[in-house]
Design a protein around this ligand. Structure first.
Ligand code: GLP
Length: 242
């Protein structure tokens, strides 16, 4: 695990985007793993800047989103498919038809989860996964206690995550869905390169556990210590407990 401590969230964006650009330069039809949350936004902004400047193209890339709320209407702005569309797809030249996410409205959720796993495998697996981390150490929506061998499945969000994410729902925690579909911990671990980004003091304990803690399902991100190719990019406040 390589840990890079930077001065600002903007620098997280520059280094994260550079990692994506390196992957795409080596493999123009790379499979990108996409994350929601505020942490990766600087990466998407920088990728958008590079595409607009003609320095990079993602036109042959495919994207797979990490997770999705269950039960939000198709046009809800916080549906992760829509968030990725607004924050990443529209800023770059990736083809929206090539960006996929778990189907949070599926009638048969277990079948949709299995189909999503197959789609990732059939595409050849994720080349570079952008990842955030929850203040409780979750990755995607694999909450504390998630099996470290888990695959894409239905999960119940913890109260803490719903409180953390209420800011995207007019600060109304009751408006945050209770359920989600998330790639499993083992699904995420199959990505060939993982770039985890975090900013802010509220992430300091999670980053401490991620880098220095014992591997435990109670801090799901700690399994990344077993991955051969992880880059952790954090600002000083997030690194303050290292
Ligand atoms: C949500 C997402 C995670 C993300 C986390 C942290 O729970 N499902 O993928 O890592 O939020 O988000 P932020 O970067 O906004 O702190």
């Amino acid at each position: 695990m390589e840990v890079v401590i930077v001065d600002s969230p903007e620098q997280i964006g520059v280094l994260g985007a550079q990692a994506v650009a390196d992957t795409v330069t080596a493999k123009p039809d790379a499979i990108l793993g996409l994350a929601t949350g505020s942490s990766p936004l600087a990466i998407y902004d920088e990728l958008g800047r590079r595409v607009a400047a003609g320095e990079l193209t993602l036109k042959d890339c495919t994207g797979f989103n990490l997770d999705e709320y269950v039960g939000l209407p198709d046009d809800h702005p916080q549906r992760y498919r829509n968030v990725i569309e607004d924050e990443f797809v529209t800023k770059t030249d990736i083809d929206t038809a090539n960006v996929h996410g778990p189907d949070g409205s599926a009638a048969d959720i277990p079948a949709a989860c299995a189909a999503y796993e197959r789609a990732i495998t059939d595409a050849g697996g994720v080349d570079i996964q952008i990842l955030g981390i929850g203040s409780d150490g979750h990755i995607a929506f694999n909450e504390p206690g998630s099996s470290l061998a888990s695959r894409t499945r239905l999960k119940t969000l913890t109260h803490q995550t719903r409180v953390d994410n209420a800011r995207f729902f007019d600060d109304d925690v009751d408006a945050v869905p209770v359920h989600c579909i998330t790639q499993g911990v083992a699904t995420i671990m199959e990505a060939r390169h993982i770039v985890l980004v975090a900013a802010g003091r509220h992430k300091a304990q999670a980053v401490h556990e991620l880098v220095e803690g014992p591997i435990s399902a109670m801090w799901p991100a700690t399994i990344l210590q077993m991955h051969p190719n992880v880059t952790v990019i954090v600002d000083e406040p997030a690194a303050s407990r290292l």
